[in-house]
Design a protein around this ligand. Structure first.
Ligand SMILES: Cc1ncc(COP(=O)(O)O)c(C=O)c1O
Length: 401
């Protein structure tokens, strides 16, 4: 059997959603990134984009990007950072982030690949990786590259983490991986409790804070614990609304990463356009960050309290990521989403099997500073009406495993 024949027989996982192409998978949202965009010719309220602080559609950002493109184009510089891909802008951005979080910083050309390479670079086959079962796929793929012992613990179960730490073979160095904010559930890691385990066990803690950096503040979701986090990573894909990211740690780590991250050494550098865009956005946030964050968190409270008051289960989120847990068949889920989109003009993304267990669905709403009170009230209204129509079981049944 050829590889293609084998693949054709294997229509499992997300492939089974190909029947919903342009609907729930690969939908086409049109128009500038705003709380209201066009979907199939109709205006919808969008709860599905990563731009927490509403920066990417700001005309000043777009103008700054146009100026850079006029001068350099979008593909400059043309090489890996190590060889021909370094510029004064890259170094300035590293310096500015370093000033914000008081650690040394190295930029990453892509968040996902950068994170994977950081994990890969830190361990050899004698070392042990222990990770929360809900960490992002980029960390999981880093773990997959690891040839030595690897163990996962139940989501946020510090007790189980402690037990695993106590069983590590002598001589094996330990790397612990968590997300600062977990991207599906919106809850946070108990970084303080994890750090307390360092009183008993020796390990290096890596936090992927893609969703926390700048949306929670300059020190992300780890806040005052930043100095104690050994390796802090964020992508620019969320609050800074573009691609790329950075890893931050003490100088010795960063000096090592500069020469040992395969995705950076053998991949093209972060484009100057992106670097300049992030620099400009950080400048804007220095002036408007508090105001934008206040709006983000006010919107988050309004939406989440409204949903909870109606009886929807939004789990333990403590971030703008708002998961609505539903127990229903695929058919019911599809009908619910269709009504939401076509009758009420509310666009959010479903999270389905295999990301969550069969028979459950998460509707994931991502709040931003771009949303207005009328977007929130119209959305809550839609959920109130749909609750009457569908009477779905709004109970968290997602297994923690
Ligand atoms: C927690 C987390 N880490 C890493 C990534 C990957 O980042 P990027 O999209 O910049 O590659 C994401 C993006 O979805 C994420 O949610």
């Amino acid at each position: 059997m050829s590889i293609l024949e084998k693949l054709n027989q294997k229509k499992t996982g997300l492939t089974s959603y190909a029947q919903y192409e342009n609907e729930y998978v690969y939908p086409k949202l049109e128009g500038p990134l705003k709380s209201r965009m066009n979907f199939k010719g109709n205006e919808v309220i969008v709860w599905s984009f990563n731009d927490y602080l509403g920066l990417q559609s700001d005309e000043r950002v777009i103008e700054a990007e146009v100026e850079i493109v006029k001068k350099y184009g979008s593909g400059y510089p043309a090489g890996s950072r190590l060889l021909t891909g370094n510029t004064a802008y890259h170094e300035q951005l590293e310096h500015e982030i370093s000033q914000l979080i008081d650690k040394d910083v190295l930029l990453l050309n892509f968040g996902y690949q950068g994170i994977m390479s950081v994990v890969d670079s830190l361990v050899d086959r004698h070392d042990t990786i222990i990770y929360d079962q809900q960490v992002h796929a980029s960390l999981i793929d880093g773990v997959r590259l690891h040839q030595g012992p690897k163990f996962s613990y139940r989501h946020n179960d510090i007790f189980q983490l402690g037990r695993l730490l106590s069983k590590v073979q002598p001589g094996s160095e330990v790397l612990v991986l968590v997300d600062g904010v977990f991207s599906m559930r919106g809850d946070t890691a108990n970084v303080a409790d994890i750090l307390r385990l360092k009183e008993t066990y020796d390990f290096t803690l890596l936090v992927d804070d893609a969703h926390g950096f700048m949306s929670f503040g300059e020190h992300g979701s780890v806040g005052e614990l930043m100095p104690e986090v050994d390796i802090y990573i964020s992508t620019f894909a969320k609050a800074l609304a573009t691609t790329g990211g950075f890893v931050a740690a003490r100088k010795e780590f960063i000096d090592y990463f500069k020469y040992n991250l395969r995705s950076q050494t053998f991949g093209r550098t972060l484009p100057l356009l992106t670097v300049a865009s992030v620099l400009f956005k950080l400048k804007l946030l220095a002036q408007e960050g508090i105001e934008r964050r206040n709006k983000l968190w006010k919107n988050t409270r309004l939406l989440q309290e409204g949903l909870k008051a109606m009886g929807y289960d939004i789990g333990n989120t403590c971030s703008p990521i708002t998961p609505i847990y539903l127990t229903c068949s695929e058919k019911e889920a599809s009908a619910f989403l269709k009504e939401l989109r076509y009758t009420y003009g509310v666009f959010c993304s479903p999270v389905v099997y295999p990301v969550v267990p069969k028979g459950t669905m998460i509707l994931r709403l991502i709040v931003t500073a771009l949303h207005e009170e009328r977007d929130i009230s119209q959305t809550l209204d839609a959920f109130a009406k749909l609750q009457q129509t569908f009477a779905l079981n709004c109970v968290l049944e997602c297994s923690e495993d």
